[in-house]
Every structure is written in C-alpha cells, then in structure tokens.
Design a protein around this ligand. Structure first.
Ligand code: PLP
Length: 461
C-alpha cells in the first residue's frame, strides 16, 4: 500500500467509523444470522494473490458488519454493557501504527512509562493507595491467574521451582463470584476442587462467618488456604462483598486477598460511589476492567498490587537474549507470564484525557440514574419485580410469572433487534438483566426500552 493509497483508505475508514457511531441505532443489536452463515459467504481458502483494498472494505461492510453483535450499540444491555469511545478508537489506530512490544523498558520506554503513569492516574481516580504497583493485563481472567500465582508464592516462595509440591491449596469466593476463579485454579494447577464457594446473605454478599468456617475446616483437614477473592459488582446481580470484614479475615489468616472489581470498580471514579471500595486498601491485589465501564475498547484490565515483589517472585525469568542494563527501569515482562505486551495504555490515556475524571464520573452517574429510573418504571407497572438491589447500572428484574414466561419475554425483546438483554438465575429463579454501559445510551433510549419491555410482557393492554 503506497502512502497515498493509505491516506485514501484511511480517510474512508474514518468516515465509516464516524457514520457507524452516528447511525448505529439504525442497526439491529443482534444480527439476524445463524451459526455458519458468515463462513458460508466467505472463501474457504485464503487468497493466493493480493486483493484490492476496495474489495476487502466492501466485504467488511457487506458481510462482516451484518454478522456482528453490536457491543457499541446504545441498546446493548446484555452481560455488562461497554463502550469503545471515539478517542480510544483513534488511540487504537495509533498503537497499531507504532506496533511496539512493551516487554522491556528498552523495547518501548513510552509503552512502559505510560502504562505505569496511566495506571497511577487511574488508581488516584479510584481512591486506591498511591504506592500500589499497577500494570495492564488483557482481561480480569488473566488478572485472576496472576493473583492465584502470587497467593501460592506467598504460601510457598519455592513454588516457582517445585510447583504445588503435594499441597492442596484452596481459594475462597462467593457463590456469585465469576467463573474466572475456577478457570484460574485450573490454570495454576490447584484444580477445580480447590475453589470454595462461600454462601451469600439476602443481599447476595459473601458471608464472612461462613468464610471463616470454611477456612477453618480446610486447615483442619490439612489443606493450604491461599487466597480469598472478594467481588465488587458480581456478574449476575452486581452485589458488593463486605470488603472490610473480608480483609480482616485475610489478614488474620495470612491469605492473599484479591479484589475483583472488573465491572463496578469503575464507579469509584465518581465520589458518589467510591464508598463501595471501602476496605480495598487492605487488599493484596485489585483488578478493574476499563474495557467494561470506563469507555475503553476491549481489551484492558488494570491490575494493582501492594506486593509487586510477589509478582516478580512468581514470574520473573530473564533469558540472556532479554537481558538489558537500564538501571532501575521497570521491565513489565517481569510481572506476569506473558512476554509480549501491546501498547494498551495509549487508549486509556486518550480516554482519561479526553473526558477527564469529571466527564467519566458524569457518564457513570448518568448510567446509574437511568438504571434506577428503569427499575422504577417497571415497578410502577405492577407486573414486575426487581430481583436484586440496584447499586450501579445493572437492573435484574422479572415478570411476576413463571421462568418460562420470563424466558419468552427475553426472547421477544431480543428478537426485535432494538435491544439486547441477557439473563441470570438468582435464588433459583430466571431473571432478566439490563445493564447500561454505553456512552451513547440516553434517557430517551431507556424510556423506549421500558415501554418495549412492558408491551411485550404477558397481560399488556
Ligand atoms: N469479573 C466479573 C465480575 C465479571 O463480570 C467478568 C466478566 O464479565 C470477569 C470478571 C471476567 O472478565 P474478563 O472478560 O476481563 O476476563
């Protein structure tokens, strides 16, 4: 591609993205496609000869986009709703142009230092201790693997040499914690059986008394408790575990405390919601996903630890060909299992500068207000119940009827193409989840959604 061709196609792509953001409401959130539909439209083998960019872009528009679930749609309310905002989209293009690998300070001083600085800024916005060490992983799941590896390192610093060495490590989290904890336990060799799911109270928060009892029972049977994972904003209902009480238990039992604030941690950018992180300062590690509710496109997980020596102890391994002599410089490859590192900090830095803390806080507060308003509208209708306290921008609700009727309601909403919601099972009952996280979602969108839900529910007039 010549520089002039690049300019031409680059302008075309930017035009397309601008139009996409502007007219995205005209598209169905969920594509009306079946498994295999896209594959059937594309050649089974890669091209032998170069193809013109015009044709590639045409296929992108006509085949790829129509088979896409539009996560950037203001009516995307499934799982946790997210935003890839325009400043961050520009930053992603620039990061691809620079194409650095930030494994070492020398391999990209800018990537290394901006990652450290941006995470320091973000830590300040969230009210985290200023001396914590922060770095970026791809996902909260990867953060979980690192937290468990640190926990094992604390329990047995020689574990990097001899692995689990016959010990049966155990990990504690609430019944509602995310499944990445089991996957992390599988990955580090603790095994699925190592994960203890602690019962929750009536507000879906981990019960500290039950946690203490489970730890004691494991010690009594010769197991090695290693880690507690507390969740701020559980996936199903966005409940908040009682961090201060959990932190006390972790300190008493000398266990690694990891806080998974993947979704709701972002709310602490607003002073109004910062109290949800009370107690977090006592954690050993903490993860929040700016790619969930902090206006940053996937993927970007901000991981913090008070004990970076544990991370280095668990993971640092420097072969001769990666040896550099840059004094006190941080080499990010020493802080995890991955070597290569994308310049992810750039998009977060663009977001933080473009919106400012107040701008981000205003969007998050707006989302929470819209969620509360949506819940009130459903309650006012009389045919719905709210299935869990609405703390953030997630509303779990159900039609006062059977699970079957609720499942049918969800299918009917999603079949319109005008919104996409997901479900959970809470207290054994099927509930619908409506999450707000998109920068373009407006009050008008929410009024329309509430009307649609009430119109599609059984018994509508
Ligand atoms: N923690 C919570 C509370 C989540 O809701 C999720 C995903 O939705 C995760 C962790 C896992 O996130 P990731 O996709 O970054 O691994």
């Amino acid at each position: 591609m010549t520089p002039d061709e690049f300019r031409r196609h680059g302008h075309e792509v930017v035009e397309w993205i601008a139009d996409y953001f502007e007219t995205i409401r005209d598209r169905p959130v969920l594509p009306p496609v079946q498994p295999g539909d896209l594959t059937a439209q594309l050649p089974a083998h890669g091209p032998e000869e170069p193809e013109p960019m015009d044709r590639i872009l045409a296929d992108f528009r006509e085949r790829i986009v129509p088979a896409n679930t539009h996560w950037n749609h203001p009516a995307f309310h499934a799982w946790f709703s997210i935003s890839g905002t325009p400043p961050a989209v520009l930053a992603e293009a620039l990061a691809a142009a620079l194409n650095v690998n930030g494994m070492l300070w020398k391999s990209s001083p800018a990537c290394t230092e901006l990652e450290q600085l941006t995470l320091h800024w973000l830590g300040e916005w969230l009210g985290l201790p200023p001396d914590w060490f922060g770095l970026i992983y791809d996902t909260a799941s990867t953060a979980g693997v690192h937290a468990l590896a640190c926990a094992r390192h604390r329990a047995d610093p020689a574990s990097r040499q001899h692995g689990n060495a016959g010990r049966h490590y155990t990990v504690y989290c609430s019944e509602l914690a995310h499944s990445f904890i089991e996957k992390s336990a599988m990955t580090v060799g603790f095994g699925l059986d190592a994960v203890r799911r602690v019962p929750v109270d009536s507000a879906f928060r981990l019960r500290p008394d039950a946690l203490s009892a489970l730890i004691a029972a494991d010690r009594a049977t010769g197991r090695t408790p290693a880690c507690i994972v507390a969740t701020i904003g559980t996936t199903a209902v966005a409940s908040v575990d009682p961090l201060p009480a959990i932190a006390e238990i972790a300190a008493r039992e000398k266990l690694w405390l990891h806080v998974d604030a993947a979704y709701a941690g972002a709310a602490a950018v607003s002073e109004k919601y910062r109290h949800h992180l009370a107690g977090a300062a006592a954690a050993d590690s903490f993860a929040v996903n700016p790619h969930k509710w902090l206006l940053t496109p996937t993927d970007l997980c901000a991981f913090y630890t008070r004990d970076p020596a544990a991370l280095r102890g668990a993971f640092s391994l420097v072969p001769e060909y990666l040896r550099t002599d840059d004094g006190s410089a941080v080499n990010l490859m020493d802080y995890g299992f991955q070597l290569g590192r994308r310049f992810r900090a750039l998009k977060l830095w663009f977001v933080m500068r473009s919106y400012g803390r107040r701008g981000v806080a205003a969007i998050i507060e707006g989302h929470c207000d819209m969620a509360a308003d949506f819940a009130s509208r459903l309650l006012a209708d009389g045919r719905f119940e709210i299935a869990a306290p609405v703390e953030f921008s997630l509303v779990c609700f159900r039609f006062r009827g059977s699970d079957e009727e609720n499942r049918a309601l969800l299918e009917a909403i999603n079949a319109t193409g005008r919104a996409f919601l997901s479900h959970a099972v809470v207290d054994g009952r099927y509930v619908l989840r409506m999450a707000i996280g998109n920068w373009q979602t407006s009050r008008e969108d929410m009024t329309k959604l509430a009307a649609m839900v009430t119109n599609l529910a059984p018994g509508a007039c």
